[in-house]
Write a protein that binds this ligand. Structure first.
Ligand code: KG4
Ligand code: ZN
Length: 348
């Protein structure tokens, strides 16, 4: 089954073609056009500007992907969550194609897409194959640590398309905290990769930033406190803000606090829910310290941890195609005429 996938929920216009057979999926092609350079001038994503860029680039990208009604079986589109004007471009384009080509249509939750990026962990183009090229896939029940710009959640995936939320952030998402701390340090948007780069030369023990909610019995998170603590520390040491060592130490200590909380809450979720695999998902999954630390945790607890290949960690359409494929396999189609973009769409 060949899936055409479209993603336009934020500031990446993305198109991909996925081939699925049984439990196996592979990427035929994947195109991503980032708008970061345009939004950087505003310090964040401007929804109307994002929509205008999607409108300009989506159809040329579909043309580049070489898709037509004879080489595609199903159309899958990110229907939410995301920025309403941006989402609408992809949703309406996908609906129009499904209608014109008379193809089944699958609206996909962007968060579900991020989780399915780990089904591409060991595809031939991921660079993460096992030595004997054996394909390993996450198995159920799988625990997903979902860390993106807008969401931080622990989700138990009981089967394809069956999700139970175990915990979530009560304030800022982890990615949002990275972006805000980056701003405080005068770094450009998006802040996560910039903070990670700065942290490489820093001492992660230089500042003892708070690890919120660890004493709580639940699996919820809070990152507003660590962000505020960074702000107060920067104010207190204003004179040092231009010193490289001070800045790298702040970045490393902040990153350490966030990664520590994410891993300790994941460990708690593993001990309570006994998943057979763990999946890291969302833009923050691109963070190397988090990837390594979570894999070390999995090794220690004897649970295989799946991380998406770097190129499928950030927003892309391949992950939407994989999620769409498993929905299509289960016959979960929607009437394209009735589907509307849903900025608040949720995974459960
Ligand atoms: O999943 P994503 O691309 O977009 C959303 O669906 O929200 O995630 C974007 C978020 C941003 O907050 C960005 O700063 C963060 O992921 N991010 C990172 C890294 N790369 C992206 N955070 C920490 N370290 C990174 N290397
Ligand atoms: Zn995303």
């Amino acid at each position: 089954m060949r899936i055409l996938a479209i993603e336009s929920s934020c500031d990446e216009t993305a198109v991909a073609v996925i081939e699925g057979e049984g439990e196996d999926v592979r990427v035929i092609s994947s195109f991503v056009r980032s708008q970061i350079d345009i939004h950087q001038a505003y310090g964040g994503v401007v929804p109307e500007v994002a929509a205008r860029e999607h409108l300009e680039y989506l159809f040329p990208m579909l043309k580049e992907a070489g898709v037509n009604k004879d080489n595609i079986d199903v159309i899958a589109v990110t229907a939410g969550p995301g920025l309403a004007p941006a989402l609408r471009v992809g949703v309406e384009a996908g609906k129009a194609l499904a209608w014109a080509w008379d193809k089944p249509f699958v609206p996909v939750c962007h968060l579900e897409g991020h989780i399915y990026a780990s089904w591409l962990s060991q595809t031939p183009d991921s660079g993460l194959q096992t030595p004997d090229s054996r394909r390993q896939m996450p198995e159920f029940p799988a625990l997903a640590l979902l860390v993106s710009g807008g969401h931080t959640e622990l989700v138990l995936m009981k089967d394809h398309g069956e999700f139970v939320r175990l915990g979530e952030t009560i304030d800022d998402a982890a990615g949002e905290a990275f972006d805000k701390v980056a701003k405080m340090l005068g770094l450009p948007y998006p802040g996560g990769p910039e903070v990670e780069k700065l942290a490489v030369d820093g001492d992660s023990k230089a500042f003892d930033f708070p690890r919120a909610m660890l004493d709580k019995p639940n699996l919820d998170f809070s990152f507003a406190g660590v962000k505020t603590s960074v702000l107060y520390t920067l104010r207190k040491h204003e004179a040092e803000l231009c010193k490289t060592q001070f800045r790298t130490d702040i970045a490393a200590s902040f990153q350490e606090a966030v990664v520590d909380v994410l891993c300790r809450k994941t460990a708690k979720a593993i001990s309570v829910h006994n998943p057979v695999s763990v999946v890291l998902a969302g833009g923050v999954a691109a963070n190397k310290v988090l990837r390594t630390r979570l894999q070390e945790l999995g090794d220690k607890l004897g649970v295989p941890v799946f991380v998406p290949p770097f190129k499928y960690s950030l927003d892309n359409a391949a992950m939407i195609g994989v999620a769409g494929y498993f929905r299509a396999l289960a016959g979960q189609f929607a009437d394209p005429i009735k589907v509307v973009a849903n900025p608040n769409m949720d995974i459960v």
